[in-house]
Design a protein around this ligand. Structure first.
Ligand SMILES: NC(=O)c1ccc[n+]([C@@H]2O[C@H](COP(=O)([O-])OP(=O)(O)OC[C@H]3O[C@@H](n4cnc5c(N)ncnc54)[C@H](O)[C@@H]3O)[C@@H](O)[C@H]2O)c1
Ligand SMILES: [Zn+2]
Length: 355
């Protein structure tokens, strides 16, 4: 996993050095192509790589089997064989689709991730989860399949719309909370620099997020135990995305709310002290304002949790905190605790934070 500013421009040398193969299929969407992939394709071609660029439309709604099928067809039409390398350039949608194509095309070909959103740099490009949505639910079809190389160029984040960037920042904070106190302190104290997308700070932060993720995934690649702690904030978060029809909140904002709820649950279960809880709440709030969820009913959230695919033995799995950097998995949470945690989370989300 390579991380830093300017990596895209160095791709020809990096690809040569890491022996990624000569025949490359760059896959992205029209927006990302205009921003990065067209230039990348030109640079790689000039340096002797055999490059074909493919595109599929932008958006989560195209993360499906039809898109996968279309890419297979393009690859077959181009005479692709097992020696090819697929290169995903874009956010998590592109990375997930391309990774899944790579895991299945000709029973598996090499792929490279070039993540260009903050979320994909700290989360989806690392860890080897690939897949697409089914009309019955998100990410229901997929495979564990590791990329050959990940190149996270932090300069690509400069063009990211503010709300997309903030969305990734909630996931960054998640790594501080499940990772270690020192990293949390770094995130909390450099939130302004992160928001300003200062390259040195971003490089350090993205690297540390990836280190936390890699350490967890290495010990539990297929999510039988420890990997579940990556879902801190996600039990509430996924339910909130579902009850708002994936429209009102970005994924990160849902996780922002989810982390507030998990923090309140951790306090009420007696795991976490109130002052650490307050530090977490302040840090969540310093990322930006969260859309109001006053009209969302707790009963609907609890119903949505019952449909969570990550339930185990008919219980929702919650990741709570014993302290910052010290997560614990908990399943026996009572309904009244959930209701109370949600009320508190909503209050915390609406309190104004001073600059
Ligand atoms: N595989 C995993 O482990 C994993 C983990 C987390 C999330 N995911 C998946 O990731 C997806 C979300 O990823 P995402 O948030 O990156 O969304 P995304 O891929 O839809 O990208 C968000 C938007 O930003 C645009 N974009 C990308 N790079 C840009 C840039 N540098 N400048 C300007 N615009 C740019 C995209 O075209 C898109 O419109 C979801 O489908 C989710 O399920 C996967
Ligand atoms: Zn997430």
């Amino acid at each position: 996993v390579l991380i830093g500013p300017g990596l895209l421009k160095q791709s020809p040398e990096l690809f040569e050095k890491h022996q990624v193969g000569e025949r490359l299929f760059l896959i992205s969407n029209p927006l990302v192509s205009r921003l990065f992939t067209d230039d990348l394709a030109r640079d790689l071609s000039r340096n002797g790589f055999n490059v074909v660029s493919l595109q599929f439309p932008d958006g989560e709604k195209f993360k499906n089997l039809q898109t996968v099928e279309n890419i297979y067809t393009d690859l077959i039409d181009q005479g692709a064989d097992r020696s090819i390398t697929l290169v995903a350039v874009g956010g998590g949608v592109t990375g997930d689709v391309v990774g899944f194509v790579a895991s299945t095309f000709l029973r598996g070909v090499r792929y490279i991730q070039i993540p260009t959103t903050l979320l994909s740099q700290v989360d989806s490009s690392v860890g080897g989860k690939t897949g697409v949505n089914h009309q019955e639910g998100k990410n229901l079809i997929g495979a564990f399949y590791q990329p050959y190389l990940v190149c996270a160029d932090t300069e690509t984040l400069l063009t990211l719309p503010q709300r997309e960037f903030q969305s990734g920042a909630y996931e960054v904070l998640k790594y501080g909370l499940i990772g270690d106190l020192e990293f949390f302190n770094l995130i909390a104290s450099s939130m302004k620099d992160i928001q300003n997308r200062t390259q040195t700070v971003l490089t350090d932060v993205v690297r540390r997020c990836c280190e936390v993720k890699v350490a967890i995934v290495s010990s539990d690649e297929t999510e039988k135990g420890l990997r579940r702690i990556l879902n801190f904030g996600h039990t509430f978060g996924h339910a909130l995305e579902a009850v708002t029809q994936f429209k009102l909140l970005t994924h990160g904002e849902a996780i922002g709310y989810g982390m507030l709820a998990a923090t309140h649950l951790s306090i009420s279960k007696g795991y976490l002290d109130a002052s650490s809880g307050q530090r977490i709440i302040d840090c969540v709030r310093s990322i930006g304002s969260l859309p109001s969820l006053e009209s969302v009913l707790i009963e609907d959230i609890l119903q949505a949790m019952k449909r969570d695919k990550k339930r185990a033995e008919d219980q929702n799995v919650f990741v709570l905190l014993r302290s910052i950097g010290n997560p614990i998995i908990s399943t026996n949470i009572q309904r009244k605790n959930l209701i109370e945690a949600w009320e508190r989370a909503k209050e915390s989300a609406q309190i104004e934070v001073a600059d």
